[in-house]
Each structure stands twice: as structure tokens, then as C-alpha cells.
Write a protein of this length. Structure first.
Length: 173
């Protein structure tokens, strides 16, 4: 649902894009930096019986897909501004439950939820002609940032891979 649901919502709402200068801010996760772009695995975990299920890996993969889809949507729907952002590592129940050792080790060093939400609010409230607003870009702490770590982890992806992801998702609409 991390990947499929936003695509379904966009397909339903895209015709209304002519009503103003809409903007979509996709909230992703810095966890996406650990995952390559994979475009073909949209089965829910229950359908993946027999495979080794790794919730943290699947989460990172879907967050990587969100960033790639934001680029795809930016090109596919020029009347809508699409951006993505990640809040950094914030002390949330999700981090505490999914990564308990990490959460314990980082106690007192993680961001507050309010600090994590700052860039979402900033992106959503910028004027539509703001110079800082670059469609298809990824933001962190009110700055545009790279979508891959400099050393890569195999996370660099091509325009063709992004297009394939978008086309594969379109089959579900």
C-alpha cells in the first residue's frame, strides 16, 4: 500500500488538477537510501508466502519507490507540482517498534516528530512560484538533497526504471 495507494489516489484526482495549482508532497523515509529501485514486487506480504519476509527491507523498498514515483508523476502530470521529502530519523512509535535496538541506542539523539514535520509544512505552504520549489526533487531540512548516497549502495536508477515502475503500477488502476 505504500506504493500502490498514492498511485490510485492520483489517478482518481488528476482530472481535478485544472482547478488550481495543486501540489503533492510525498513523505518518504531516509530508510529509502538503503534500498535499490525494484519495480515488480507489488504483492502484499501475505501473497509472498514462502519468501523470506523482511519488513524493514520492504519498507525501505517502498519508500525508494515513492521517491521514484514522485519523479514519474512530475513528468506525467505537468499541471501538478510533485515533491518528496524525508523527515530524518525521528523518535516515533514506528522507529521504536521496527528498529528497537537502533531506537534504544539513539535515545535522546533522534528528532522530535515536530522537527521531522517541519519540511512537510514548509513545502506545502510555499507559494507556487517559489524558487526553492523544484518539481520531482527530494527535500530534507528545507533543502533539496540527493536521492542516492554518494557511495550508492546500488540505489542509482535510470529514467527507464522509473518509467517501468510507473507503467507496472498503472496496471492496477
Amino acid at each position: 500500500t505504500e506504493t500502490l495507494m498514492p498511485n490510485l489516489m492520483l489517478a482518481a484526482d488528476a482530472p481535478h488538477a485544472q482547478l488550481g495549482k495543486p501540489r503533492v508532497v510525498t513523505v518518504t523515509s531516509g530508510g529509502m537510501y538503503t534500498a535499490p529501485l525494484e519495480s515488480c514486487d507489488f504483492d502484499p506480504p501475505i501473497a509472498q508466502a514462502g519468501r523470506n519476509f523482511d519488513g524493514v527491507k520492504l519498507y525501505a523498498m517502498h519508500k525508494r519507490q515513492q521517491v521514484a514515483l514522485t519523479e514519474h508523476w512530475h513528468r506525467s502530470y505537468p499541471s501538478i507540482t510533485f515533491v518528496s521529502m524525508h523527515p530524518g530519523w525521528a523518535e516515533t512509535p514506528g522507529v521504536q517498534n521496527a528498529l528497537p535496538s537502533f531506537s534504544a541506542q539513539m535515545q535522546g539523539k533522534l528528532r522530535t516528530p515536530e522537527q521531522g514535520a517541519d519540511t512537510v509544512v514548509w513545502l506545502a505552504s510555499l507559494p507556487s512560484d517559489a524558487r526553492e520549489l523544484q518539481g520531482g526533487a527530494l527535500y530534507f531540512d528545507r533543502q533539496q538533497v540527493r536521492k542516492q548516497l554518494w557511495f550508492g549502495f546500488g540505489t542509482h536508477h535510470s529514467e527507464e526504471a522509473i518509467k517501468e515502475l510507473g507503467e507496472n503500477l498503472h496496471k492496477y488502476i
